[in-house]
Design a protein around this ligand. Sequence first.
Ligand code: NAD
Length: 468
Amino acid sequence: MSDFTMTIDGKGVAGEGAFGVINPATGQVFTQAPECSKAQLDAAMDSAQRAFRGWRRDEDKRRQTLRDCANMLKARRADLAKVLTQEQGKPLARATEEVIGGAVWFDVTAGLQIPVDVLQDNEHGKIEVRRKPFGVVGAITPWNFPLLLAIWKIAPALLAGNTVVLKPSPFTPLTTLKLGEILRDVVPAGVLNIVSGGNDLGAWISSHPVVRKVSFTGSVATGKKISVAAAPDLKRVTLELGGNDAAIVLPDVDPKKVAEKLFWGAFSNSGQICSAIKRLYVHEDVYPAVVAELTGIAKTVKLGDGLDPETQLGPINNEPQLQRVTELVEDAKRAGAKILAGGRKREGGGYFYEPTIVTGISDGTRLVDEEQFGPALPILSFKTVADAVERANATHFGLSGSVWTNDVERGKAIASELECGTGWVNQHLAIVPFAPFGGSKWSGIGYENGPYGLAAFTELQVINSTKG
Ligand code: NAD
């Protein structure tokens, strides 16, 4: 029996089956999560469909509900953060930030307007464009920021008047289940349903006849499957997918000044961030100094169990991901790359991989071309900015990128040449709740956050009336 229940029609529901959840700091199963059956998913969909009829009608109530959700998160931050660290691996301080970030997202979203555009208002009549909800949204999330990324979907979907059935990753279901439990007190029955299970459950959601919109965050491979599953029913989709972000460092930077920011741009959450720096292109004049600084930091950061307050970097979340990072680094070694820090799994239990700095590597190597999604950073050098931009853009990915320079205007001009959804200057991972976030090319379709993210949970309706 699990301590965690799904939320279906406002009630706590045990699964018809159960599956183990592993603490990545130990590599051991520490609790069970409910496994949702097809019949239970149907019940959740049914409940969401019924709740939609009333939920769509009262915008003020929806706004207030989001604010109540924010307050519940703040009040229960300690419980949520601890579970998040146990199932995801991140340091407790970072887990707490994720919970607080979720509250901020609820609050900021609650303040967004659902605009009505008046296109004509004269003696001939009035033409208004209104934003209407779709109905039931099927939401599917990954394991790197399970709580925050769920809230990126729940908050705007609910504000717009939709109801939601959400499924977290089987690697990190617990925080999201707990969120469902906590919010039962403030969200009306059926409006937010949380179900847990494996990849099949995701496939059932993305092809379920009740769902009108699928909002997905995860890998490119799964995103493509979801597109296919949603197509026969013409379900709308938002896809937030993988990235292989390049950061370009110009010769005018002070290596000491930028090193910490570059390091955390790549290694935060042990590199398991869709928009982390995954390839670093450094001008040859500052290359040795930047490499030396980053290597120094990589060798001194404290890797450990996220519940230890000293820990700066936690483990990789799961064994397949640990194997993937290992495989990409071993492939780089075989291609002649130099490992200046890390390059191996830490001895003992848990999925710990030492923060790894790789040089002597070229484009065309798997660690550079593929998304590693882990703590291993390839650092490459360049001679001309044009060459760096071309190499940064030579990929199917297009999530984000950054340029590092003392000349901010030049940095902005170069950032605008990057083929990606967000171009940062002198920062990376600066994600805010009021700006759109999304990818170009294979990194996604559509946007989340702020007014653009809210718009993604609505469709337009024109009301065209005569005068009088
Ligand atoms: P994943 O695609 O393996 O799984 C994500 C979710 O999809 C999980 O809940 C999983 O159970 C479900 N799923 C798997 N197969 C499915 C199917 N056939 N149909 C429907 N659902 C299915 O991704 P992951 O390994 O959990 O997450 C890592 C990936 O997510 C990385 O590529 C990362 O870059 C990406 N990501 C993107 C963003 C973004 O905002 N762009 C944010 C975080 C993570």
